[in-house]
Design a protein around this ligand. Sequence first.
Ligand code: SF4
Length: 378
Amino acid sequence: MSNPQERIRTICRACGHGGCGVYVAVEKGRPVKIHADWEHPISKGYTCKKAHAAIDLQNHPDRLLHPMQRVGARGEGKWRRLSWDEALGIVAERLNRIKAESGAESVVFGHGTGRDFHRFLYRVANLFGTPNVLTPGHMCYLPRIAVCKALGMEIPLVDYDNQPKCLLVWGSNHLISNPDENKGINLAKTMQAGTRMIVVDPRRNRLTDKAELWLQVRPGTDSALALGMLHVIVKEGLHDREFVARHTTGFEHLCHRLDEYPPEVVERITWVPADKIVAAARLFATTKPAALQWGVGVEQNVNCVDADRALIYLVALTGNLDVPGGNVIFGIPPGVPRAKFSLFDALPDTQRAKMLGADRYRLGATNLKGLMCQIIKE
Ligand code: SF4
């Protein structure tokens, strides 16, 4: 029989949102090619390069298939292959030795970006007895989630289905990166439909070239830029007064704070010309609906929690929070159970209190997931 190839219908899970429909061509039990599923109701034939690269995750000749231990000096490049039992034995012995000598909390478990395995690491850490887990999420997506939780909501995502008329793209190279939340194709279609675009990015890219306004922000000054835009919006009375009256507290305090951020001052902090700040603020506040597509460029700064807060205010005070074509609140669909897999609750209080940074950085400590469980409870 010539080349019997099977096609299995499934979904891609190579990124955070997952869910693009694909067919996997399988030969002799091994995946050999990924094809788009044109009938899939969500992705409608769209796949990004990550989906096609997924074949290499399994088949690439350089893929590491066995535990390896470095022998000799660092940099010498000498390794020996171990059995799984031997490798696990070495790791367990060393971890337990450190725990006996210095306490479980002296071990920080860390992991890279990967999908679906991090819950296991949290569980190992919690059962080992340390509250300290570091993830790429700490400089990526978790501060945004934590800020939203602290404000009492889930993350507000762009409602591309209802075609925003103005899009504020902040620290995101969305077309290329296809990050969590939304696929780049949604942004591309919105651009084709003629949305007016403001892009905040220190670097020139395809989006900055297409934007009506490019604010070339000095890295790390996003909070000041957002406050500068809010200053213009509030001082010019372009904010949504009904929203303020019905859903906010402390608006006067915010107004006092905004006094410190007129466009000329913000220009000195951010290097964005004052007239561009004014133009961007007016465009975002007066074009309805408008939405903020923010990326993890914002969270890769030390002041990201405040930047995230200011950005959410920008959306909310312009009347674009939870409205069609604006930023809509993402929630886990009913019926999806929230797994309590990590067993953070099982950590004794004495150990939980040893979480690095928990006393000073309520929204940025290690084991942010555990901390968020606590915040939600409180
Ligand atoms: S956006 Fe790319 S990586 Fe993410 S699910 Fe779709 S095809 Fe896979």
